[in-house]
Design a protein around this ligand. Structure first.
Ligand SMILES: NC(=O)c1ccc[n+]([C@@H]2O[C@H](COP(=O)([O-])OP(=O)(O)OC[C@H]3O[C@@H](n4cnc5c(N)ncnc54)[C@H](O)[C@@H]3O)[C@@H](O)[C@H]2O)c1
Ligand SMILES: [Fe+2]
Length: 384
C-alpha cells in the first residue's frame, strides 16, 4: 500500500467538567498568557463565561478577541492578528463553534508565519513552515470538528469566496468537548450542526482519498450520530448531546485525513454568496448529493445503511441509495430544517454561478465521482 499519513490532535478531553482541563493544559504547557478567541453572541449568552470562570479561578492572564461572525471573514482574522500581537499571548484559547475555531486557526498560523498576513494566501493546502501558536480549542457546537481537524474556513468577501484552508500546523494541541457548553445550544442549532457532522462523516467515508483507518472512525461516527441525534435535538437529552459531541469529534478525526465532497463545495458557495449558515446549507444539500454520489459506492452505501440502522432486506443498489437519501431528508424535515433552496431565499438565476463556485472548491477534488459544473447545476436545481 502507498504511504498514508494519519494526523490527529494531541490531547482531547470529554465530559461535563472537561472545561476544567483548559487550566490544566495551560499550566502543563507552561503558557504565560492567552488570547481568548470567541464571539459576541457566546459572550452575551454566558456560554464563554463557563470557560472564562475557569481561567479566572486559576488566575490565568488573558485578553479577549470576539469580533467573529458566522462564516468568518478575512477582515476579522486581520483584526484578530493585530489583537494577538498587542496581547503578546503565547497561546490561543478558542471557545466556540467552527466559525470561532476557524478564525483562531488562521490567527494562530499568521502569528507564527507572518508571510501569510494577507490571509487569502492561506487558501488550499497551506505551505506554512511553522506550527500555529498553540491552540486549546473548546467546541461549543456538535458540527464541524474544528477542535480536532486540520481544516478551517474563512470568507473572502472581496472575491465572494469561502476559502477552505487545510494545514497540519493548524491542528489544535488540546481539544475540549464539554456537555455543559454543548447543552446551551438551542434545538435548531443542535439539529443543523448535528446534520453537518453526519455530512462530514459520510463525505469523509466515501471520499476519493478514504482509506482503512479513517474509515473506522467515520463509520462509527455515522452510527453514533444516528443513535443519538434525535434524542439530542428533540428531548435535549444531555447524555445524547455529549455522545453527539464525541461523534462529531470522531468524524473530524476521519475526514480531516480524507477530505470531503461536493455537499461541502456546494455549501461553501452558498455561504459565500448568501452568508447561509453552514449547518443549514450542509444538511439541506446532503440528501440530494447522496442520491447522486452513493450510486458510485455500492459497498460503502450498504455499510452506511447498516450504520444508520436502515433495514435493507434484499434491496437493490438503487433502493439502498434511495433509503439513505430518504432517511436524511426526513431527519431534516422532522427537525424543521429547510429542505429546498428556495425556502432559504436562494435565487434560481444564481444557480449557474453557484455551480461554478462549487466546481472550483477544493472539496470537489475528493468527491467520489468526478463532476462538472453542469452536474453541479443539476444537483442545485434538484435541491431548489
Ligand atoms: N474547521 C473545520 O474543520 C470546519 C469544518 C466545517 C465547517 N467549518 C466552518 O465552521 C462554521 C460553522 O460552524 P458551526 O456550525 O459550529 O457554527 P458557528 O460557529 O458558525 O456558530 C453559529 C451560531 O451559533 C452560536 N453558538 C455556538 N455555540 C453555541 C452554544 N453552545 N450555545 C448557543 N449558541 C451557540 C454562535 O455564537 C453563532 O451565532 C462555518 O463557517 C463552516 O464553514 C469549519
Ligand atoms: Fe460542514
Amino acid at each position: 500500500m502507498d504511504v498514508k499519513r494519519l494526523v490527529l490532535n494531541g490531547d482531547s478531553y470529554f465530559g461535563a467538567n472537561a472545561k476544567e482541563m483548559v487550566a490544566t493544559a495551560f499550566e502543563d504547557h507552561h503558557f504565560k498568557k492567552a488570547l481568548v478567541v470567541t464571539d459576541d453572541n457566546l459572550l452575551n449568552t454566558g456560554v464563554s463565561s463557563l470557560v472564562l470562570d475557569v481561567l479566572n479561578h486559576h488566575f490565568i492572564p488573558y485578553d479577549i478577541f470576539s469580533d467573529v461572525q458566522e462564516n468568518p471573514t478575512v477582515e476579522s482574522v486581520k483584526k484578530g492578528v493585530e489583537k494577538g500581537k498587542e496581547t503578546e499571548a503565547d497561546c490561543i484559547i478558542a471557545i466556540g463553534g467552527g466559525s470561532v475555531i476557524s478564525t483562531a486557526k488562521a490567527i494562530g498560523i499568521i502569528l507564527t508565519n507572518p508571510e501569510f498576513s494577507d490571509v487569502t494566501s492561506l487558501e488550499g493546502k497551506a505551505s506554512s513552515k511553522y506550527e500555529s501558536l498553540p491552540i486549546i480549542a473548546v467546541s461549543t457546537t456538535i458540527g464541524t470538528s474544528s477542535e480536532t481537524s486540520m481544516y478551517y474556513m474563512i470568507t473572502d468577501l472581496e472575491h465572494v469566496k469561502k476559502m477552505v484552508c487545510i494545514d497540519v500546523h493548524a491542528v489544535p494541541v488540546v481539544s475540549i468537548v464539554d456537555s455543559d457548553l454543548l447543552s446551551k445550544m438551542p434545538s435548531n442549532l443542535l439539529a443543523t450542526t448535528g446534520m453537518d457532522a453526519l455530512a462530514h462523516a459520510i463525505e469523509g467515508y466515501i471520499s476519493k482519498d478514504a482509506w482503512l483507518l479513517p474509515d473506522l472512525f467515520l463509520l462509527d461516527a455515522i452510527r453514533l450520530i444516528s443513535q443519538n441525534i434525535n434524542e439530542a435535538v428533540t428531548n435535549h437529552n444531555e447524555e445524547a448531546i455529549m455522545q453527539m459531541g464525541m461523534a462529531q469529534h470522531l468524524s473530524g478525526m476521519g475526514f480531516s485525513n480524507t477530505g470531503l465532497g461536493i455537499v461541502h463545495s456546494m455549501a461553501h458557495a452558498l455561504g459565500a454568496l448568501y452568508n447561509t449558515s453552514h449547518g443549514v446549507a450542509s444538511a439541506l444539500l446532503l440528501p440530494y448529493v447522496l442520491y447522486y454520489n452513493l450510486q458510485a459506492c455500492p459497498d460503502k452505501a450498504t455499510q452506511i445503511a447498516h450504520a444508520l440502522g436502515i433495514e435493507l432486506a434484499n434491496a437493490s443498489l438503487k433502493e439502498v441509495v434511495q433509503k439513505i437519501a430518504d432517511y436524511v431528508f426526513y431527519l431534516n424535515k422532522q427537525f424543521g430544517i429547510p429542505t429546498r433552496l428556495k425556502e432559504i431565499s436562494v435565487l434560481e438565476e444564481d444557480l449557474p454561478k453557484l455551480s461554478e463556485m462549487a466546481f472550483q472548491d477544493i472539496c470537489t477534488q475528493t468527491n467520489p465521482i468526478d463532476v462538472t459544473p453542469k452536474i453541479l447545476l443539476n444537483l442545485f436545481k434538484n435541491a431548489f
